[in-house]
Design a protein around this ligand. Structure first.
Ligand SMILES: [Zn+2]
Length: 307
């Protein structure tokens, strides 16, 4: 294992120092909404996701410009379309935004109701949808730097990995969650489990989750178990003849126990878990009906959120 530099973390402002994972590959785990990264190349800077809160996005830009003064921003890759990853795009202009084709959609901003100073900042936000899209894979070659985009879905229909094969670093978006409940309201759990399997076979040294600090490939197991457990329990309830609402209220307590939840976030997390259960119920219902040879047409009931 290569040695990881420890982050120097500062102050009460919600801003923090960048952390260098490999020469020229940086992340910052201090911001709300996502863990953004950037990759220095011989031609300029490739960014991965953008902080949600304007002051933090500006801080991130300043840190990048400090590290590489005057170097152009070549591309900003959004690992999914959720606002935690994409709403800060405007602070890196002029840059071309690259994301999966499905990410080209509106982003919600009705948030931070209890933090008016942050909400006020969002009044001036301009949504920058992707300039460039891809559907399965794309490879960026800048000088000696090779950056591979790999569509995996799972968390959302747009979720994509940013893989640096030479450095063994993979930005995994919201496929991997560590010590917290994965946000599943727009998920496809079979696709998600395949994405986790893919990550295990990738031979990466570092995974950079969409939220929180860097981990190793072993971190894929717990989130996979969580998803498998939820699928299994929902199937039990479905086969016992429970309807969707009975399943949601019957299982939310069991799911809550998987990860610690701070008291002030309990209501929010509970409602997120229920959205996930809602989604999984429909998947299991479809699987069970199809296994029984019945044709089902279930409407998509996407729910929008920001994780
Ligand atoms: Zn997300």
């Amino acid at each position: 294992m290569a040695r990881r530099r420890s982050a120097v973390r500062i102050g009460v402002t919600g801003l923090g120092q960048r952390e260098e994972l490999a020469p020229g590959v940086f992340i910052n785990t201090f911001y709300r909404g996502c863990t953004p990264g950037f990759i220095h190349t011989e031609e300029g800077i490739v960014l991965v996701d953008a902080p949600l809160i304007p002051t933090q996005a500006i801080d991130w830009r300043t840190q990048i410009e400090e590290e590489y003064p005057g170097e152009p921003f070549l591309l900003l890759i959004n690992t999914d379309h959720h606002r935690g990853h994409a709403l800060g795009n405007q602070y890196f202009m002029p840059v071309k935004v690259l994301a999966h084709e499905r990410a080209y959609k509106e982003i919600v901003r009705n948030s931070f109701k209890r933090e008016p100073e942050i909400q006020a900042q969002l009044n001036n936000i301009i949504i920058i949808p992707p300039h460039l899209t891809f559907t399965q894979r794309a490879t960026l070659l800048y000088g000696n730097r090779r950056v591979e985009l790999i569509f995996v879905g799972g968390h959302t229909p747009a979720t994509s990995l940013v893989w640096l094969p030479e450095e063994g670093i993979c930005f995994v978006g919201d496929i991997v969650w560590v010590d917290q409940h994965p946000y599943m309201a727009q998920g496809n759990t079979l696709e998600w489990l395949r994405a986790l399997e893919f990550l295990r076979e990738l031979d990466a040294e570092f995974l950079v989750p969409g939220h929180g600090p860097v981990v190793g490939p072993e971190a894929t197991h717990r989130v996979g178990e969580y998803i498998e457990f939820m699928r299994g329990r929902v199937r039990d309830f479905y086969r016992a003849g429970k309807n969707k609402n009975e399943t949601k209220s019957g299982l939310v307590g069991e799911m809550l126990e998987w990860f610690p939840v701070p008291p002030e976030r309990k209501a929010k997390i509970e409602s997120q878990i229920k959205s996930g259960l809602n989604r999984v119920f429909r998947e299991i219902q479809r699987e069970e009906e199809e296994a029984a040879g019945r044709v089902v047409a279930l409407a998509d009931d996407d729910e929008e959120d920001f994780e």
